[in-house]
Ligand binder design. Structure first.
Ligand SMILES: *[C@@H]1O[C@H](CO)[C@@H](O)[C@H](O)[C@H]1NC(C)=O
Ligand SMILES: *[C@@H]1O[C@H](CO)[C@@H](O)[C@H](O)[C@H]1NC(C)=O
Ligand SMILES: *[C@@H]1O[C@H](CO)[C@@H](O)[C@H](O)[C@H]1NC(C)=O
Ligand SMILES: *[C@@H]1O[C@H](CO)[C@@H](O)[C@H](O)[C@H]1NC(C)=O
Ligand SMILES: *[C@@H]1O[C@H](CO)[C@@H](O)[C@H](O)[C@H]1NC(C)=O
Ligand SMILES: *[C@@H]1O[C@H](CO)[C@@H](O)[C@H](O)[C@H]1NC(C)=O
Ligand SMILES: *[C@@H]1O[C@H](CO)[C@@H](O)[C@H](O)[C@H]1NC(C)=O
Ligand SMILES: *[C@@H]1O[C@H](CO)[C@@H](O)[C@H](O)[C@H]1NC(C)=O
Ligand SMILES: *[C@@H]1O[C@H](CO)[C@@H](O)[C@H](O)[C@H]1NC(C)=O
Ligand SMILES: *[C@@H]1O[C@H](CO)[C@@H](O)[C@H](O)[C@H]1NC(C)=O
Ligand SMILES: *[C@@H]1O[C@H](CO)[C@@H](O)[C@H](O)[C@H]1NC(C)=O
Ligand SMILES: *[C@@H]1O[C@H](CO)[C@@H](O)[C@H](O)[C@H]1NC(C)=O
Length: 464
């Protein structure tokens, strides 16, 4: 069986190598029309919630692209054009490598020692910015391109290849790029799951003028540059962003849009990422300007806290070094930033070396936040109902190497080897736990797990 598969693999290689680099194709007729290239249909619109006014803005939208060095973004077509419309945050840093820990950090205020892109379910006693927003009745949603259903919990999702109809189906959606779904405090609440939506829902919500006040937007694996390049992502931006910026249901004069990357591409330099603040809520005198204050993904939490006077998470969102508030918000809210320059800029290009509940080699349990922390919102620390506030880092056991014990961290998923909300794996083939998400190419259905992975990587790299 293995050798037959090898023959298949070898037979596919020439065809794969002969394929062209992927060419951008719009996934929909316009950014504001629903598309059959997305599996999930529109599932109605969110209902309008009362707008809670912020001190500087009433809506905060984050859009994340993938894996691009600062200079490569700076010289790409879309960013060269967008720069004059926005404020360049020229000292903005990702917090670690690879992707998933950055997505976890931007809502949870920590990456929990994670140094890989594996499946984790962060326990429900761990809070996120969503708790802070809901505490003040501020509406939120996240929109994931090519995710099939609201609150989809599978590891990834594969759909027909709209870039090349003769190529195998393609994995456009991955769980690791979906921040709220990583947290059980979100997943265990149905009303919250319904706010993790796909791009057909985004179209419906914009057209109904029902866009919430805090948004996280993840383009698919080709449009965000992950499987492609900054040039491809740049073409997607040129297709998608102008229409969205021009729509007052999305971008009004109280809207701030943070366009950035999860991390840079080169691990051998520090993790600086090209970041623009756009949106009609950006003060006009800042358009085309540059702000060289040191910021990180934690600044995206602290800035929101300052704007709406929110509680904090008591995690890195309250670590003054790494959580500067965007200057134009800091000055309007009397928050004093730290001046972090030169050698004082932390190196965030390191990976796998941190103690944490999601690091199997240096495992420590999830401990309580710093209850005495003072965040940019000037309020106390949010306490999840199930949090043991006395289980602090000071009393927790020291790091344990679970890998050496043949164990994995308790938060590893999927629970019991099954995909929530998807068919249970078949007892034959390994790696079959993709549920409805891993249909892959039909022709490859009989290939064993390991080889499917190899083929998947090959297809992902060149067959588009
Ligand atoms: C789906 O993608 C194709 C390109 O492969 C495009 O021509 C078509 O317009 C898209 N469909 C819809 C409904 O937008
Ligand atoms: C549509 O929304 C309802 C209610 O939020 C949810 O139960 C259902 O799973 C959603 N369906 C899809 C296809 O997203
Ligand atoms: C939401 O409110 C806006 C403005 O008040 C209104 O135009 C729109 O129809 C409402 N949408 C829904 C889905 O209720
Ligand atoms: C902002 O938008 C609101 C609602 O459309 C409008 O009433 C107001 O005049 C606008 N303010 C500015 C400064 O453009
Ligand atoms: C991280 O970046 C610094 C500064 O550019 C560099 O000196 C260092 O070698 C990098 N670390 C690794 C592990 O590549
Ligand atoms: C705050 O962040 C800096 C830079 O990453 C780090 O060295 C320091 O240990 C952090 N402090 C706490 C209390 O986590
Ligand atoms: C900031 O401080 C100034 C001067 O002390 C004061 O006038 C202003 O009201 C303060 N603004 C806020 C948002 O607290
Ligand atoms: C920040 O610190 C650097 C290095 O010490 C110094 O040159 C710069 O003037 C400081 N900037 C501010 C705004 O204090
Ligand atoms: C949080 O929950 C996890 C999983 O149940 C548990 O191991 C940990 O001790 C809890 N931590 C706190 C601070 O409540
Ligand atoms: C943990 O154990 C693994 C397997 O024995 C080993 O390869 C690794 O170096 C250890 N890591 C640490 C930090 O002790
Ligand atoms: C999965 O694990 C949970 C927690 O250990 C347990 O309660 C549940 O019964 C298990 N489900 C199955 C189908 O084994
Ligand atoms: C999709 O998820 C399944 C597990 O559910 C995994 O075996 C497969 O490698 C994943 N594919 C990609 C491209 O991430």
């Amino acid at each position: 069986m293995f050798s037959q598969s090898l023959v298949l693999l070898v037979a596919l290689v020439p065809a794969a190598l002969a394929a062209q680099a992927p060419v951008f194709v719009p996934p929909a007729l316009t950014p504001l029309s629903t598309s059959t290239n997305y599996t999930g249909a529109t599932n109605g619109t969110l209902s309008n919630q009362t707008v809670v006014p912020g001190k500087v803005f009433d809506r905060f939208i984050q859009i994340w692209l993938e894996n691009t060095d600062y200079n490569d973004a700076a010289t790409s077509q879309a960013f060269m054009e967008l720069k004059s419309q926005g404020l360049l945050l020229s000292q903005y840093y990702a917090v670690t490598h690879p992707s998933e820990p950055n997505y976890a950090a931007v809502v949870g205020g920590d990456f929990w020692g994670m140094g890989d892109d594996n499946w984790y379910n962060i326990p429900s006693n761990i809070s996120t910015v969503i708790d802070l927003l809901e505490d003040k009745s501020i509406s939120w949603a996240s929109y994931m391109e090519n995710m099939p259903d609201d609150g989809f919990q599978g590891f990834n999702f594969t759909s027909p290849n709209y870039l090349n109809a003769s190529a195998p189906d393609y994995t456009y959606y991955v769980r690791k790029h979906n921040p709220p779904i990583l947290y059980d405090s979100v997943v265990s609440v149905p009303e919250r799951l319904a706010r993790i939506r796909n791009f057909n829902d985004l179209v419906a919500d914009v057209n109904a003028s029902a866009i919430p006040q805090w948004l996280f937007i993840t383009p698919n694996m080709v449009n965000d540059g992950h499987d492609t390049s900054i040039d491809f992502a740049s073409e997607w931006l040129e297709f998608w962003l102008p229409t969205m910026l021009a729509d007052p249901n999305f971008n009004d004069n109280r809207t701030i849009i943070l366009l950035t990357f999860d991390e840079n591409e080169s691990y051998n330099i520090n993790n600086r990422i090209y970041t623009l603040v756009l949106g009609n809520g950006l003060p006009a005198n800042l358009k085309g300007q540059e702000d060289d204050t040191y910021y990180t993904h934690y600044s995206a939490i602290s800035t929101v806290q300052a704007n709406w006077g929110l509680k904090s998470l008591g995690r890195q969102d309250t670590n003054k070094t790494v959580s500067n508030v965007f200057s134009f918000v800091a000055s309007a809210t009397n928050y004093t930033n730290m001046n972090v320059t030169g050698d004082a800029v932390p190196l965030t290009n390191l990976t796998t070396v941190f103690n944490g509940p999601l690091n199997a080699a240096q495992y420590v349990p999830f401990t309580a936040p710093n209850m005495n922390a003072s965040g940019a919102g000037g309020q106390g620390v949010f306490v999840a109902p199930s949090l043991n506030t006395s289980f602090t880092a000071a009393v927790a056991p020291g790091p344990v190497n679970l890998t050496a014990l043949g164990e994995v961290v308790p938060a590893s998923g999927p629970p019991n080897g099954t995909v929530p909300g998807a068919p249970a794996p078949t007892t034959s083939g390994s790696g079959g736990s993709g549920g409805s998400g891993s249909s892959g190419a039909l022709a490859l259905a009989a290939v064993p797990g390991a080889l499917t992975l190899a083929l998947g990587a090959l297809v992902g790299a060149v067959l588009l």
